[in-house]
Design a protein around this ligand. Sequence first.
Ligand SMILES: C[S@@+](CC[C@H](N)C(=O)[O-])C[C@H]1O[C@@H](n2cnc3c(N)ncnc32)[C@H](O)[C@@H]1O
Length: 327
Amino acid sequence: MMQTSLFSAEIYEVTDISNKIKSIRSPLFYVGDKYKLMPQLKKLFPENINTYYDVFCGGGSASINVKANKFIMNDMDDKIMGLHKHLQKSSENIHGFIQKMYRLIEDYDLSLSEKGTNAKIEELKKIYGKTYFSKYNKKSYLKLRNDYNKNQSNIDLLYLLLIYGFNHMIRFNSQGKFNLPVGNVDWNKNVTKALENYSFWYNNNDIILSSGLDFETFVESQNIKPGDFLYFDPPYLIAFSDYNKFWKDEEEHRLYTLLDRLSDNGIYWGLSNMISHKGKTNNILLNWSQKYNKYRIESNYISRFDNTIKRSSKEIYVTNYLNGGLV
Ligand SMILES: C[S@@+](CC[C@H](N)C(=O)[O-])C[C@H]1O[C@@H](n2cnc3c(N)ncnc32)[C@H](O)[C@@H]1O
């Protein structure tokens, strides 16, 4: 690791990024997940974590890829927490769950590329190129969406919507109805593998789900001790995403006040965030983070063959610990 002037005078750049180290993918395939960045982040996490708090857990990628004695996961989105709860319960017999999903896929007549293709799919491929899955699944997906919106207690249907929906996202309208269109994605071998990995992780670790609280209420409600570690991956103030829409300057300030308070109490934390994006700068973060350690995280890998590509975003990781000691 070396100090570099690439970004600011005090930022540390992780120089030994290895793209070869593979991360485990969460079966929620969450937008903005830390799946690809985990090999870099993990190296910067403290060793020997007692309780690991994933305060903005989203799809849970940052938990699945870490070693700790205990995990506590929180996210304010109750649909996300509901999906984790469902997958964790299903982890008792993940192959039973996968078989149940195959039956639903068959009942709804959705494509299942894990099991191969069929003449109709091959025909659509020739006509529509990359959008053939959406053409094949559209009618079935709309029926699935309608059925789920009639009875939202059926989380199996929500999980299928996530797998077949646009970019594997979940989105609800102001009336609480799931409203994403069909995607160009389907159930392939990566979905099955991700479910198997998630259940293995769940069955071999001590994992608790919070009741889905705002980050500050959640942290204040926990009995955090030295030796524990809190990872914060909040919505990014300067980038757009569906879950960013309620994240404003006030939330950003509230988060940094909380992090300062934790530092005063000798609690280790790490924060992922974005300092600049498409010409915008997060000045609140820039100013506040001066007193902590900052690491540049590589998010857009520049092609070896074309070093003229400019990165449009600067991701950082901020910590209040360095070489095992608070600074
Ligand atoms: C960048 S995503 C986290 C991604 C996650 N680390 C992963 O790897 O999948 C940010 C998350 O913060 C959640 N969130 C937004 N506002 C929140 C708040 N006030 N308190 C707790 N969670 C919140 C969103 O629902 C979203 O899942």
